[in-house]
Design a protein around this ligand. Structure first.
Ligand SMILES: Cc1ncc(COP(=O)(O)O)c(C=O)c1O
Length: 360
């Protein structure tokens, strides 16, 4: 089984080429099935009308809106062209060849790319079996003088499980000062668990954490490529120092600004996700398929065959899901919580495939 990668999975056109004319439900990239805030779309269309003009030289206005949302000073905030760049800026600014960092598989493939690109050693400390909780002792034991980051994806992609406030504090309390926690929280809006950690409060109080956010998920703007980080002020300043003048384009600045103002859209997205989760939990229980309760907008589902085989079988029944390609979970796929139509299509396809496998 290979390491997870970040090739991003098949595009709809590539999938369509494989399966011909049949309708395909795209439940592979954790995109927002509700779409995008209409206010944001309107703002982007208006910005496009003025695209002959340069954007403001800095993102100061957007940063102050983000700071208000999270109740921090704008000095803590930096933006980047999507969550991926927000993460990469931290690698560019804060690592040197030969350093190392810790990931906790099953995990998000981008971090493997960062190790290659920046000539770093990636140390794997798998999440604990079954519960997918952090192995805090294992993480602490893996840290040495050259460790720069511990990556804590919360809720985790692809398991959908989460790290509690208590677990977070247990890690931070024993973390050496030279190590930064990369709190990758791009799915945080979907969380309902009451003991989810308030990392921004920890950062405000001086913790060595960089919190990663994206407009791709709850804001439904995966195609826009915008994200932001919340970090100790000196780190955020270093990141802003890496940005080119006019780094964020006018359409993204206007769209993101309007999206931040449309809290009703995010609430609608979260409500749709909750409904979808409830439906999928019930339907998977009914066909006796194991899954993990999720705090995100996707569910990890166990299969009687390899993740690669199940992903392929589902695609040929018109449902795109993600093969996490993670050695820790060779028999699990990740399915995005979709519209009711998509969720039903997934369950129907899975039911047929399980029947076919039993018949074999
Ligand atoms: C855990 C995690 N972090 C970061 C990202 C990157 O987000 P973006 O699409 O904004 O680059 C993703 C995207 O799927 C993700 O799942």
């Amino acid at each position: 089984m290979s390491q997870p990668d970040y090739s991003g999975g098949l595009s709809l056109a590539e999938a369509q080429a494989l399966v011909g004319d049949r309708e395909i439900h795209r439940m592979s990239s954790n995109e927002n099935p509700v779409g995008t805030s209409q206010a944001a779309v309107d703002a982007m269309v208006a910005a496009a009308q003025g695209i002959s003009i340069y954007p403001p030289r800095t993102d100061a206005h957007l940063r102050s809106q983000i700071a208000d949302l999270h109740n921090v000073d704008a000095a803590h905030v930096y933006t980047g062209l999507a969550g991926c760049e927000v993460i990469e800026l931290a690698y560019r600014a804060l690592t040197a060849a030969g350093d190392n960092f810790i990931v906790c598989p099953p995990t998000f493939g981008l971090y493997y790319l960062m190790a290659k690109r920046y000539d770093l050693t990636l140390k794997e400390v798998p999440l604990l079996p079954d519960t997918f909780a952090l192995d805090i002792d294992g993480i602490l034991a893996a840290i040495d003088d050259k460790t720069r980051f511990v990556i804590v994806i919360n809720p985790n992609n692809p398991s959908g499980t989460y790290t509690t406030d208590t677990e977070y504090k247990a890690l931070l309390d024993r973390l050496p000062e030279h190590v930064i926690v990369m709190a990758d929280e791009v799915y945080f809006q979907f969380v309902s668990a009451p003991d989810y950690p308030a990392t921004t409060d920890l950062i405000r109080n001086g913790a060595n954490i960089i919190r990663i956010q994206s407009f791709a998920k709850a804001y439904g703007m995966a195609g826009l490529r915008l994200g932001y980080g919340i970090a100790p002020p000196q780190i955020a300043e270093q990141m802003r120092g890496l940005m080119r003048p006019f780094h964020v384009n006018s359409i993204a600045l206007q769209g993101a600004s309007a999206a931040l103002g449309d809290t009703a859209f995010v609430a609608k997205t979260v409500a749709s996700n909750e409904m979808g989760k409830d439906y999928l939990y019930g339907a998977l229980d009914a066909i006796d398929v194991r899954y993990w309760k999720t705090e995100a907008n996707f569910i990890m589902v166990e299969c009687p065959v390899s993740s690669a085989e199940m992903t392929d079988r589902l695609l040929h029944k018109g449902v795109m899901v993600r093969d996490p390609k993670d050695a820790v979970i060779p028999n699990c796929i990740r399915v995005t919580v979709g519209t009711q139509v998509q969720n039903e299509a997934f369950v129907a396809a899975l039911t047929v495939i399980l029947g076919e496998l039993k018949g074999n």
